[in-house]
Write a protein that binds this ligand. Structure first.
Ligand SMILES: Nc1ncnc2c1ncn2[C@@H]1O[C@H](COP(=O)(O)OP(=O)(O)OP(=O)(O)O)[C@@H](O)[C@H]1O
Ligand SMILES: [Mg+2]
Length: 231
């Protein structure tokens, strides 16, 4: 499992994470919910190594990640689907997928069949430029690119943001399939409550840089939980 223990993170003098502790077990979908600006992406930056932590410890299956460069975390099995997708607009779909080869051993440098089984549209668009895809197709491509790195934990930052409902359904189905068929850990950051409620095995709510609630998804309907989620 992934374990995050008492992590602080600062941008200059501003503190974005306060003593954050979460766990994401293998074979489970762990969801982190919270309004705009509460520190969800900062938490994922701490996990993937995009931004240094100022205190605390992060480990994946017993391997300490703190201080490790992002590419080395990718080699340890941390797959990242960033907020806003970050597709390379001028590269083709195939080339975007192949950027996922970087942390992978030469023998494993192929695009897993699962990518095309989960998102058949990507196969039909292999030669198209990433920038010509719709937002939903780009999100599927970003997930596909992360799967090419052969992750053992998939970390997704608001994959439903600005995506049409039919593709949100496909993405939900894909996330569930990955949990059940591969046993990987899934850490999903969201603002879309219903999406989390349907998928999550365990939920955390963040507010102002701190974890303020955790429990099974049914506990999202308590007054206390709702107070942290409504604007
Ligand atoms: N690079 C940065 N430099 C300075 N402050 C930042 C930086 N990135 C984020 N912040 C601030 O840190 C806080 C947490 O931001 P973060 O992006 O983690 O929130 P979030 O929960 O992901 O929000 P959203 O739902 O809008 O994506 C916010 O107050 C934000 O303004
Ligand atoms: Mg964010």
């Amino acid at each position: 499992m992934l374990s995050v223990e008492n992590v602080n993170l600062h941008y200059g003098a501003a503190q974005a994470l306060r003593n954050v502790s979460i766990e994401a077990p293998m074979g489970k979908i762990t969801c982190v919910l919270g309004r705009n600006g509460v520190g969800k992406s900062s938490l994922l930056r701490a996990i993937t190594g995009q931004h240094p932590v100022s205190a605390g410890a992060i480990a994946f299956n017993g391997v300490p990640l703190s201080g490790m460069a992002p590419y080395r975390r990718a080699r340890e099995g941390v797959g990242y689907v960033p907020q806003g997708r970050e597709i390379f607009p001028l590269l083709s779909v195939k080339e975007n997928l192949e950027t996922g080869y970087a942390p992978v051993k030469r023998a494993d440098r192929s695009i897993p069949e699962d990518v095309f089984n989960l998102f058949p549209v990507l196969r039909t668009m292999l030669g198209r430029r990433g920038g010509d895809l719709s937002g939903g197709q780009q999100q599927q491509l970003a997930i596909g690119r992360a799967l090419v790195t052969r992750p053992r934990i998939l970390v997704l930052d608001e994959p439903t943001e600005g995506i049409q409902p039919s593709i949100i359904k496909d993405i939900g189905r894909a996330i569930r399939y990955l949990r059940d068929s591969t046993g990987m850990a899934i850490l999903l950051v969201e603002q879309y409550l219903d999406f989390c409620r349907e998928l999550a095995d365990h939920v955390y709510i963040m507010d102002r840089g701190a974890v303020v609630h955790q429990g099974p998804p049914e506990t999202l309907d308590t007054v206390e939980a709702r107070r942290h989620l409504t604007v």
